[in-house]
Design a protein around this ligand. Structure first.
Ligand SMILES: [Zn+2]
Length: 449
């Protein structure tokens, strides 16, 4: 078995691994590079393999950095099946349509070609084949199965076997064990090689108690000073976790009544899909749903699907909470709210997710006081806060524990899907803890098992 790294090596985005043997060529993920203009240019480059010769794609989950170049692959001749779990199939469709729309809006004035058209997305949707967790799928020369990664709804890590000879696992993105809705990450079976994500390979999250307390406090502060609390939303998972916790705060009267707007069509759709798949919830969340509590709906919540609905948020009196995309503030409706409130000392931006370098989110997170949003120069006066514990990713300790709890320790580990420092730090920790060789591959590297 030969594995080549064509993305997410010494970077967080663009996941794409090619697995080959004498009988077949399979891709694990085909994600978009995100964050910077360099990353954007990267997406337009030719694949370092011929899409026509790829037999199948195995998709770990529906985030754009794992599915975003699928329509390009299809446009360039890929005709095989795209395997994914049932919720991933639903979510990927929403994510790809949204990505196409974002490009349409952004490029309209620039007269430049889009990475793919809506027709390519439609063709891609037709190739999806839903496969549930644990079911073994046999391809020519390879067998694989999805296992619950606990990262977002339907997320999986992939265990692959080559006719009893070589075994490799691809972690995809691994969940934060403190997700209140999803099941925890499943146990890893014995592997020769493990590719593990390392987004937070060098960091530890705050505790869950701290994050709920902080969220509550920030909302109360905002209400007291009649400000606006802007929470950049990652449409899938983070938003639903946030709604789950807000549901708890509101229904138990732990915060005063306040208008809360969910201003992201993609997050609204993702929330609906989440509500369609309660069988994927953990037991506590499922019991809550069965007892009649809609865990993501509460008084004061307004979902603003259309542009007109969204504009009306401006007229709504303060204080208010606005949850809007995109999560890294490099596009989407949040930009309009930032133009309005970043210069306002009574307001706050609460960052609850990873901010890739090059994004507006990263600049604000780093404390930049002068930023440009939608061509407007803004002096940042709003408070910028962050709560890392809302991350949908496992932190260093959780990653190490997941390996520790494997049926058997893998023989060789490759740290992927992380900035170089994070990947290197995790590799060192793995080596110290288990004595396993752990490497940080580069784009274009190939390994043979
Ligand atoms: Zn992800």
């Amino acid at each position: 078995m030969k594995i080549s790294f064509h993305g997410a090596a010494r970077e967080v985005t663009g996941s794409c691994f090619l697995v080959e043997n004498d009988d077949c060529r399979v891709l694990v993920d085909c994600g978009m590079h995100q964050g910077t203009t360099v990353a954007d240019a990267e997406n337009f480059k030719d694949f370092p393999f011929d899409p026509k010769t790829v037999d199948a794609v195995i998709v770990t989950h529906a985030h754009l950095d794992h599915v975003g170049r699928l329509p390009k692959l299809v446009k360039e001749g890929f005709k095989g099946k795209i395997y994914a779990t049932p919720p991933t199939v639903e979510l990927a469709s929403v994510v790809l349509k949204d990505a196409e729309q974002v490009m349409e809006d952004a490029y309209r004035s620039e007269y430049r070609p889009k990475l793919f058209e809506s027709a390519d997305v439609e063709k891609t949707e037709k190739l999806f084949k839903a496969v549930d967790y644990s079911r073994k799928v046999r391809l020519d020369g390879l067998t694989f199965r999805f296992r619950d990664a606990g990262h977002i709804l339907g997320s999986a890590f992939v265990e692959m076997e080559e006719n009893g000879r070589a075994r490799a696992a691809f972690s995809g993105d691994l969940g934060n064990i403190h997700d209140p809705i999803l099941k925890p990450t499943a146990q890893l079976a014995a592997q020769d090689v493990l590719l593990i994500e390392s987004t937070y390979g060098n960091r530890l999250h705050e505790t869950v108690q701290d994050r709920s307390k902080q969220l509550k406090q920030y909302i109360i502060n905002t209400i007291k000073r009649a400000g606006v609390l802007i929470i950049p939303a990652f449409a899938i998972e983070r938003t639903q976790v946030l709604l789950f916790e807000l549901n708890h705060l509101v229904e138990n009267r732990l915060i005063p009544p306040v208008d809360i707007f969910l201003d992201s069509p993609m997050a609204i759709k993702a929330t609906e899909i989440m509500q369609d798949f309660p069988q994927y919830y953990n037991q506590t969340a499922l019991q809550q749903v069965c007892s009649g509590d809609d865990i993501m709906v509460f008084p004061g919540l307004e979902k603003t699907l259309t542009r007109d609905d969204s504009k009306r948020i401006n007229d709504s009196p303060r204080p208010k909470v606005i949850i809007a995309g995109s999560g890294m503030m490099n596009g989407g409706r949040i930009l309009h709210h930032l133009v309005r409130y970043l210069g306002d000392a009574r307001s706050m931006v609460l960052i609850i997710g990873y901010q890739a370098s090059g994004t507006l989110g990263r600049r604000l997170y780093n404390g930049d006081k002068h930023v440009e949003v939608l061509s407007e120069r803004i002096n940042v006066k709003a408070e910028i806060k962050s709560i890392g514990a809302y991350s949908a990713h496992a932190d260093q300790k959780q990653l190490i524990n997941w390996i520790k709890q494997a049926e058997q320790l893998p023989k060789h580990v490759y740290c992927t899907h992380g900035e170089e420092e994070a990947s290197a730090s995790l590799a060192t920790r793995i080596n110290e803890e288990f004595g396993i060789t752990a490497d940080v591959p580069r784009i274009g590297d190939t390994i043979i098992i």
